[in-house]
Design a protein. Structure first.
Ligand SMILES: Nc1ncnc2c1ncn2[C@@H]1O[C@H](COP(=O)(O)OP(=O)(O)O)[C@@H](O)[C@H]1O
Ligand SMILES: [Mg+2]
Length: 251
C-alpha cells in the first residue's frame, strides 16, 4: 500500500519491528488508520496482533519504526498513562468491571477517571454525569440493566460495560482485542452493531478471529502474518486472496 497523506492519518505505523529474544513478533509492520475509520485486524495466533496493540499503547517499545498518533505525536516517546490521556483507549480481552457495584456505578466511577478521583459513590451524580451515563448505557445496550450488579451480567454484557467504561474517557481511538470471544451468536451480532455505532464518532481498531463478526463490521480488513501485513482490503478481497487462504482461512 502507498503511504497515505499524514494529515488524514490518525494512526501511522511504518516499518515497525519488535523482537523477543531474536524472534520477530512484528517484522517491518506498516499500517495506517484514517481519522474516523474502523479497521479490523485478523490473522492466525502468534501473528503479532496483540503486540501491535502493545506498541500503540506504549506497553512495548519497538526496536525500529515510526509510530505516530495524529500528525505530530510520536507514541514511541510516551509511556502508557501519557498515551491513554491522549485519547487512546484499550479494551483487553478479560473484563475488569467492579463486580459488586451496579452497572450505573461502574460507569460513574469510570467517568471520574483516575485523574479526578471521585472519592465516594455516596455523593449524588451531577445532571451532566447523569446525561453522559444515560448516553453510554444507550450505546452499550445496557439501559435496562443499569441497576444490576455488574457481577450478575452475562459475559457479553460485561464486555459491553467495559467498552462503556472506556467510552467514559472519551477516547478518539478505541483499541479492542478479541471482543466477541466467548459470546453467544446474538451477543456477537450486537457487538458488531455497537462498534459501528461507536465508530460514528470515534476511530476503532478491532482485532478478532470470528469471521462472521468481521463481515458484519463491513470495514477495511488487515491480515497480519508473522508480524507484517499479508493482505489488506474488503473482507471479500482478503478472503479470496490465496495467501490468506493458505495461512489462515484454509487451515
Ligand atoms: N512478552 C513477550 N515475550 C516473548 N514473546 C512474546 C511476548 N509477547 C508476544 N510474544 C510472541 O510474539 C508472537 C506474537 O504474539 P501476539 O502479538 O500475542 O500474537 P497474536 O495476538 O496475533 O496471537 C508470538 O509468537 C508470541 O509468543
Ligand atoms: Mg492476541
Amino acid at each position: 500500500m502507498n503511504k497515505p497523506n499524514r494529515a488524514d492519518t490518525l494512526l501511522y505505523l511504518d516499518n515497525v519491528s519488535v523482537s523477543f529474544d531474536g524472534f520477530k513478533a512484528l517484522n517491518a509492520l506498516s499500517l495506517f488508520v484514517q481519522k474516523g475509520e474502523m479497521r479490523a485486524v485478523i490473522g492466525p495466533n502468534g501473528a503479532g496482533k496483540t503486540t501491535m496493540m502493545d506498541v500503540i499503547t506504549g506497553k512495548t517499545r519497538p526496536d525500529e519504526g515510526v509510530v505516530m498518533f495524529g500528525t505530530d505525536t510520536d507514541l514511541t516517546k510516551l509511556d502508557e498513562p501519557a498515551i491513554a490521556s491522549l485519547g487512546i483507549g484499550r479494551k483487553f480481552q478479560k473484563p475488569t468491571v467492579f463486580e459488586p457495584h451496579t452497572v450505573w456505578d461502574n460507569l460513574l466511577l469510570a467517568l471520574a477517571g483516575d485523574r479526578r478521583p471521585r472519592f465516594t459513590l455516596w455523593a449524588r451524580e451531577t445532571s451532566e454525569e447523569e446525561d453522559r451515563i444515560a448516553a453510554i448505557l444507550e450505546t452499550t445496550r445496557l439501559t435496562d440493566h443499569r441497576h444490576r450488579r455488574a457481577g450478575d451480567l452475562s459475559h457479553g454484557q460485561k464486555q459491553w460495560l467495559e467498552i462503556g467504561m472506556l467510552l467514559a474517557q472519551e477516547p478518539q481511538l478505541l483499541l479492542v482485542d478479541e471482543p466477541v470471544a466467548g459470546m453467544t451468536d446474538a451477543e456477537t451480532a450486537q457487538t458488531a452493531e455497537l462498534l459501528r455505532d461507536i465508530n460514528r464518532t470515534r476511530s476503532v481498531v478491532v482485532v478478532e478471529h470470528d469471521m462472521d463478526f468481521v463481515r458484519a463490521l463491513d470495514v477495511r480488513v488487515t491480515v497480519l502474518h508473522e508480524g507484517s501485513v499479508l493482505s489488506e482490503g474488503t473482507i471479500d478481497h482478503v478472503s479470496a486472496d490465496p495467501r490468506v487462504v493458505e495461512v489462515y482461512l484454509g487451515r
